[in-house]
Design a protein around this ligand. Structure first.
Ligand code: NAP
Length: 517
């Protein structure tokens, strides 16, 4: 039986040797396939990216590259049903799959638009006006951005196989840099199928996009100063890879998006009965249950004025009791499964750690009623709400249970609140739900230093709000400190991150002729 998931390397689909890792259906527990890169020519793939992909992309202008990004996204859009179907095997409901698949396609489309409208019809970006450096006006300097002659190695997390790939691929393509994608093993089959769709559409030059299913031994040894690694995953893996000599000695650019203990804050003005109170409760439950809480942006700490802690607990409990856990597509199911049994074990362990400093007020990580599937064979887990009456409790600010798990915490003063939020040591996103200008200002400015994105939610913006958990490609997605210290998305800045900034100095006329656009 050949059940090996093929990789796309050097222009061919090739299966690894050995047995590698077995991947099972998250809902039924049935064996799906093996993932192994053993025996694959990974150094050949690196060379192919450099020799074929890079030159072909660099020969194109920015708008031409934007057209490629758009064509790749359109090809995926036409066959997205196939990706939804595969996502169901990873435990994703249809709306979960849309977050990944449509979210990824939308992100690529936004980048295509930014590239078409925001970049010159050229292969170089002239960043600024000439800067006079001599008294007589004979000598000036100016910055240009050009494509690096390397490749982008994308190492992705399991939870967003399509979006995670496209948000990295689109800026790299715009920058004229070829990509080798290394998806996380548990959902590599979804990312691999997305690559297959793009390859079959024939829209990208050969060597612009390759995918390795399995591990990538030795690849870091081949990387140098023209290359970039975009990593999404746990802080632990990020730390290990960041310490590689490729990064520490050869200056491979390393962008990390790691885990974070994101927060949401309910303002003291948002009493029960106000629109903001309801928005806070709804956002918390949404963030807990979309993708069964396997979102890097999910709310892990929900801060509530101490006097409202009981009533918020009741309101969140009531909403969580409406959640129906089960097989994606089964009647009434609103939350699917975790990606696999190992992930469920991890969530149970992390909940136990949180429970040493908090009380469980909803759900049991070891027991859940499931519709349309077997609760034990599938990787199902109940939403779990905890409550830490002592907000200083250590683990609550440190432990990320990567599932449908959040903790309610009380606060007194705004000053105390800002200090507590900062205990997350750097997050991707925080939100403040309030209609009080002064409170919102104090919180936003107080916590901005620790966040890549801060969302203000109130009755006026709610109808168009894109929500706490949704990164927007036009804006920063990334966070300081524990969140990895990188920026995976940031509008055109994500493209510029792949380009080399060079100061060109010379006489004004020469510079003008050289850099005319
Ligand atoms: P992970 O175990 O750290 O794995 C992440 C990726 O690194 C996978 O593709 C993994 O491949 C790969 N990897 C592991 N060891 C490697 C090595 N020595 N060399 C090269 N690649 C290696 O994380 P995960 O379990 O997939 O993802 C969950 C975590 O990611 C959560 O903590 C979550 O918060 C975080 N996350 C963050 C964001 C964000 O945007 N900040 C988004 C999503 C998830 P294998 O699977 O083959 O081991």
């Amino acid at each position: 039986m050949n059940d090996m998931l093929p990789s796309y390397l050097g222009g061919e689909w090739v299966g690894g040797a050995g047995r590698g890792a077995a991947v099972a259906d998250a809902v039924t527990g049935e064996h799906l396939h093996q993932v192994s890169s053993e025996g694959l020519d990974l150094s050949g793939a690196v060379a192919f990216a450099r020799i074929a992909g890079g030159p072909a992309l660099r020969a194109l202008t920015f708008p031409q590259r934007a057209a490629l990004v758009k064509a790749a996204a359109a090809a995926l859009g036409e066959r997205k049903q196939e990706l939804y179907d595969l996502s169901a095997s990873a435990g994703a409901t249809r709306s979960d799959a849309k977050v990944d698949v449509d979210g990824g396609i939308g992100t690529a489309m936004v980048y295509a638009g930014l590239g078409k409208r925001g970049l010159p019809d050229d292969t170089v970006v002239v960043e600024d006006d000439p800067i006079q450096l001599g008294k007589e006006g004979l000598f000036f300097g100016q910055h240009v951005l050009t494509s690096r002659r390397g490749l982008a190695l994308q190492i992705n997390a399991f939870n967003f196989p399509v979006w995670g790939m496209l948000e990295k691929l689109a800026p790299a393509l715009l920058a004229g840099v070829p990509s080798i994608v290394k998806p996380a093993t548990p959902t590599a089959y979804i990312a691999q199928h997305a690559v297959r769709i793009v390859v079959e559409a024939g829209v990208l030059p050969e060597g612009a996009l390759q995918v390795v299913c399995g591990s990538i031994p030795g690849v870091f040894d081949l990387l140098g100063g023209q290359d970039a690694v975009g990593f999404t995953g746990s802080a632990e893996t990020a730390g290990r890879l960041r310490a590689d000599a490729a990064v520490t000695h050869r200056s491979v650019r390393f962008n990390a998006e790691a885990d974070s203990v994101n927060s949401s804050v309910l303002g003291p003005d948002a009493q029960p009965g106000t629109p903001e109170f309801d928005l806070f409760v709804q956002a918390l439950v949404t963030e807990m249950t979309v993708k069964a809480g396997q979102k890097c942006t999910a709310i892990r700490r929900a801060f509530v004025p101490r006097q409202h802690l009981d009533v918020v607990t009741d309101a969140v409990q009531a909403k969580l009791s409406e959640v129906v856990v089960g097989a994606p597509g089964a009647e009434g199911v609103t939350m699917g499964a975790l990606v696999g049994l190992a992930q469920r074990e991890d969530v149970r362990e992390k909940v136990a750690q949180l429970a040493s400093h908090a009380t469980t007020v909803f759900g049991d990580p070891h027991s859940v009623e499931v519709v349309g599937a077997d609760a034990e064979r599938g990787a199902f887990v109940s939403p779990v709400l905890l409550r830490a009456d002592d907000p200083d409790a250590g683990s609550v600010h440190e432990v990320e249970a990567f599932g449908p798990v959040s903790t309610l915490l009380p606060y007194g003063s705004t000053e105390q609140l800002v200090g507590l939020v900062a205990r997350g040591e750097g997050s991707l996103v925080g939100s403040v739900v309030s209609y009080d200008d002064a409170f919102v200002r104090d919180v936003v400015l107080g916590v901005a230093s620790h966040h890549g994105r801060v969302l203000v939610l109130d009755r006026d913006s709610a109808p168009e709000s894109t929500g706490h958990g949704t990164p927007m490609p036009q804006l920063v997605h990334g966070g300081p400190g524990r969140a990895g210290g990188g920026q995976e998305e940031a509008g055109l800045h994500a493209v510029f991150d792949h380009l080399q900034r060079t100061a060109v100095q010379g006489g004004p006329t020469r510079l003008q002729r050289l850099l005319a656009q």
